[in-house]
Design a protein around this ligand. Structure first.
Ligand code: V4E
Length: 228
């Protein structure tokens, strides 16, 4: 199972020059659309589970390590387990829904039912689980990789431009569950220093900004629960 360790940063105008200076190589620019799904009561995201369909592929991001509320909100680096096998995603999603909110889900009203209409054949399971799309946006991404620094998994830097007018950078490493997370975070920290990112402040991701702007109720609940 893969674990994505990442740190977000503010994209300054000279970031591409800095990346070239530290020996990062651009591996391409591409565009993708993400659709995120949850129950009308936000059962998945309130447990920090993020289900999405990116250009036809399903992905579930779930917390890789249990952290206290303060650790969660203050940490610069996040660790998320990434599940890409659809049967496994369905099993994990069902478990979260059944464990935490079956009662709440059963009380969904007709307007929520209507919102599940229009799903394709491969999305029938979403309808069965009463999951609806709560966020949808397109990202233009420019990806860089850093020269091999001897650690497990390559350090990658993504510069993202979301179609709702927000830009953010991410330094990330994909490792396996059980690998040394501390040394991975140190490698990310080293890259951040090389890029001159001294800022100790946690940076908002695309989802934070999207929800804050377009889904204030959902956003408020996640902030209150220290998920975002
Ligand atoms: C895990 C998560 C979300 C899912 C989207 O994650 P993110 O890595 O921000 O998106 P993206 O498009 O860069 O995906 P990638 O291509 O890297 O797989 S939305 C919110 N979260 C939780 C979260 C958090 N609590 N804090 C921070 C800094 N980021 C994400």
């Amino acid at each position: 199972m893969s674990v994505e360790v990442e740190r977000k940063f503010v994209c300054e105008s000279d970031v591409q020059d800095k990346l070239k200076t530290i020996g990062a190589v651009c591996i391409g620019q591409y565009e993708f659309k993400d659709r995120y799904y949850d129950s009308p009561a936000y059962t998945l995201t309130m447990k920090d589970f993020w289900l999405r369909k990116r250009e036809g592929s399903w992905e579930l991001k779930c917390p890789a390590v249990s952290r206290t509320k303060v650790e969660k909100t203050e940490a610069l680096c996040t660790n998320y387990r990434e599940v890409t096998d659809l049967p496994q995603i369905q099993a994990e999603v069902k478990e979260v829904l059944e464990t935490f909110t079956r009662a709440t889900e059963d009380s969904s009203d007709s307007s929520e039912q209507e919102r599940t209409d229009g799903y394709g054949e491969d999305e029938r399971w979403l309808k069965d689980l009463k999951l609806v799309c709560f966020a949808e946006y397109t990202t233009l991404r420019c990806s860089y990789v850093l020269e091999d620094d001897g650690g497990v998994g390559r350090v990658r830097v993504d510069l993202d431009q979301a179609d709702f007018g927000y830009c953010v950078g991410e330094i990330e490493v994909l490792v396996s569950e059980g690998d040394d997370m501390q040394s991975t975070q140190q490698r990310i920290q080293k890259t951040a220093e090389k890029l001159g990112l001294g800022d100790k402040k946690k940076i908002q991701g695309k989802m934070d900004v999207y929800l804050q702007r377009y889904c204030p109720d959902h956003y408020g609940k996640l902030i209150k629960a220290h998920i975002l």
